[in-house]
Design a binder for this molecule. Structure first.
Ligand code: A3P
Length: 318
């Protein structure tokens, strides 16, 4: 077993090193795998989980393009699952559900059976790259989509906050980052194809993928929490509704509340991958339309033109 696992790892390493490479945003190189640019350090985990992941029918996958509000989605799904949002007072939302590609990147295959059931499993992997076991399983997927310009701005700021080793190159100027993002060169990019894949499955198999938008969630969080709970097979009872459970979950998972909690303000994570991210980096300002403060008119037009062309006749709009 162990020998087979070692052989598989070696095979994966060879496969990864043969993939087209790009320096990324001058740190954390990217590799093109099945049409998407993955962080090189994450690919062993992606390949391993494609091989090993066995979903169960009660699993809920929480999926997003990075910086689309994953932290919020994790907190909400966790609160819905446990019906105990107070647990978030002492737990970072990122610790409420494992990010699978990170979980599988270590030397041993992780034991997902040890997670409490029903399991919440997170990933940024595009639909077409998920293992067939996920496509074929009756498990559910909640996808959180965010408008590309805001996602780009959020990514740029997050990337700038990574604690780099001294020898690492300085962050790339924003202008260059925008150019690369437009070409699909960002972690898990291109964003348009990432969103479109999940959008299309949500249209053809609404029981499989619930497609949520960050902007809609901000506009009406309670309605979207109810949608999530129903989709997860955990609708709120009349009694819970009466007791204000939905409002309580929304309040505890709000940006204002979570970003001020001590557990989310101190500490770092991600050291195992050679870069450290402050727990507080997952909370910036949580605004819709913040791109207006950062993008020039030309940049915004370029991104909007690409979005219009890529999403043409798909039915997906922001
Ligand atoms: P901004 O950088 O635009 O503020 P992810 O969780 O996928 O890494 O995405 C991070 C983005 O979600 C950041 O956006 C962050 O501020 C925002 N965010 C984090 N927690 C949130 C919450 N509870 N409600 C709304 N947005 C939140």
């Amino acid at each position: 077993q162990k020998v087979n696992e070692l052989r598989a790892r070696q095979h994966h390493e060879e496969e990864i090193s043969s993939l087209p490479m790009h320096e990324g945003w001058r740190y954390l190189p990217l590799r093109l795998y099945k049409g998407f640019w993955f962080p090189e350090i994450i690919l062993p985990g992606v390949l391993s989980l494609r091989h090993h992941l066995r979903p169960t029918s009660s699993d809920t996958f929480l999926v997003s393009f990075p910086k689309s509000g994953t932290t919020w989605l994790k907190a909400l799904a966790f609160a819905i699952n446990t019906r105990n949002p107070d647990l978030l007072l002492s737990r970072h939302p990122q610790d409420c559900s494992p990010t699978l590609e990170g979980f599988f990147a270590g030397p041993n295959v992780p034991d997902l059976d040890a997670l409490p059931s029903p399991r919440l499993l997170s990933t940024h992997i595009p639909y077409s790259v998920l293992p067939k076991s996920v496509h074929d399983s009756p498990c559910r997927i909640i996808y959180l989509c965010r408008e590309p310009k805001d996602t780009l701005v959020s990514s740029y700021h997050f990337f700038g906050r990574i604690d780099r080793p001294e020898a690492a190159p300085q962050p790339m100027p924003f202008l260059e980052v925008v150019e690369l993002f437009c070409m699909g060169l960002s972690m898990y990019g291109p964003i348009w194809e990432h969103q479109l894949e999940y959008w299309q499955v949500s249209q053809s198999q609404p029981d499989k993928v619930l497609f949520l938008k960050y902007e809609d969630m901000k506009a009406d969080p309670e309605a979207n929490v109810r949608r999530m709970a129903e989709f997860m097979g955990r609708p709120f009872s009349a009694e819970e509704e009466m007791n204000g459970m939905v409002g309580e979950i929304v309040r505890l998972c709000s940006f204002e509340k979570l970003s001020r909690l001590e557990v989310n303000k101190v500490g770092v994570r991600g050291k195992a991958f050679g870069f450290a991210v402050k727990n507080s980096s997952f909370f910036r300002n949580g605004k819709v339309g913040d791109w207006r403060e950062h993008l020039t008119k030309e940049m915004a037009k370029k991104l909007d033109d690409i979005t219009r062309a890529r999403l043409y006749q798909s039915g997906l709009t922001y």
